[in-house]
Design a protein around this ligand. Structure first.
Ligand code: ASP
Length: 324
């Protein structure tokens, strides 16, 4: 018994010392649950660059994409709770619990919350050559093409899925959903004309809109945006879809049980990233709003996600969409 106690005390002291040394020059993996080159990936890569400066170690982005972010999220829930495997995910953290009947993790219990990073508006865009040139013409085109329209998304639980769901329900039309592992491949297919419409974050669409490679119809925020390439786009709310609002947010998570000193270092590095001029410039240039308020505090982050789960759950349930 004495020996066991001595061993336990030794193990706890060793874990404590190890946690103090974190990251000790070891590579940290930041899991992105969507494909490379898409909006979540873009946030993660910019964040990784900023975090590297504070943590003094390499941060590798790992795209474990699929099933509306549930596959990558499950990977992090199962990872060793040592701070070396983290997750960057978006609003999907709050929509997945209502969308998936069998989720291999519990969003509120299986993660340590490390702080929110930003908020990103969405845009409704169309394939090049789509005959509608503004939102009014788009609604006429949708009405004339009922049953023939393909709407891309990044899987159940994705931001694009949620936005598309709300858009269809507001217009009382049904479009054919075309799922991808992220909106990077979805936008590639939109450019190729394989899908007609897509709702996607400005972090992915701004450059395409600026280059006039896609048709842009509206933004999903309640106020118009100030980003030069997006400032002339109307909001869906002002265009007739009263109260329509979808804003995407991103946060960072570690597996449950990650030692407190490691969590503290990671949270401090996230807060430093929110003040990093390079990070701010790149993100703001793509329409994102950096989190500088108390939501970078883990407890506030968790409170916010719980409120989002409570907000979106009934809306999703009413839409009757789910995956087994
Ligand atoms: N924008 C995607 C979504 O619809 C995800 C991504 O590829 O980052 O959630």
């Amino acid at each position: 018994m004495k020996k066991l106690l001595a061993f336990t005390a030794f193990a706890a002291a060793a874990a404590g010392a190890y946690a103090q040394d974190f990251p000790a020059g070891k590579t940290v993996t930041l899991v992105v649950p969507f494909s490379a080159g898409g909006p979540t990936d873009r946030v993660a890569r910019d964040l990784a660059e900023a975090l590297q400066k504070t943590l003094g170690t390499t941060i590798v982005v790992d795209n474990t994409a699929g099933a509306g972010s549930s596959i990558g999220t499950a990977k992090v829930a199962r990872a060793a709770p040592d701070g070396y495997t983290l997750l960057l995910n978006h609003i999907g953290m709050s929509t997945m619990p209502a969308l998936y009947r069998k989720l291999p993790f519990n969003v509120e219990n299986d993660f340590e919350y490390l702080g929110m990073v930003n908020e990103v508006p969405m845009t409704l865009i169309g394939k090049p050559g789509l005959p509608a040139n503004n939102y009014k013409e788009l609604t006429a085109w949708i009405a004339a093409n009922k049953g023939k329209i393909n709407l891309g998304n990044a899987g159940l639980g994705a931001a694009s899925h949620l936005c598309g769901l709300l858009f269809q329900s507001a217009l009382k039309v049904e479009m054919t959903p075309v799922p991808y592992k992220g909106t990077a491949p979805a936008i590639a297919d939109l450019l190729g004309g394989q899908i007609d419409l897509l709702c996607d974050q400005t972090t992915n669409t701004t450059s395409q809109i600026e280059a006039k490679k896609v048709k842009a119809y509206a933004v999903t925020t309640t106020k118009r945006l100030t980003t030069p390439a997006l400032k002339d786009l109307p909001t869906l709310a002002e265009s007739g879809l009263k109260d329509f609002e979808v804003t995407i947010w991103h946060g960072v998570y570690a597996p449950k049980g990650t030692p407190a000193p490691v969590l503290k270092k990671l949270n401090e590095a996230i807060k430093a990233a929110m003040k990093d001029p390079g990070f701010i410039k790149r993100q703001e240039g793509l329409g994102a709003v950096i989190t500088t308020d108390k939501r970078t505090e883990p407890a506030e982050h968790k409170k916010f996600v719980s409120a989002e789960i409570a907000k979106w759950g009934p809306i999703i349930k009413a839409a009757g969409v789910y995956a087994d």
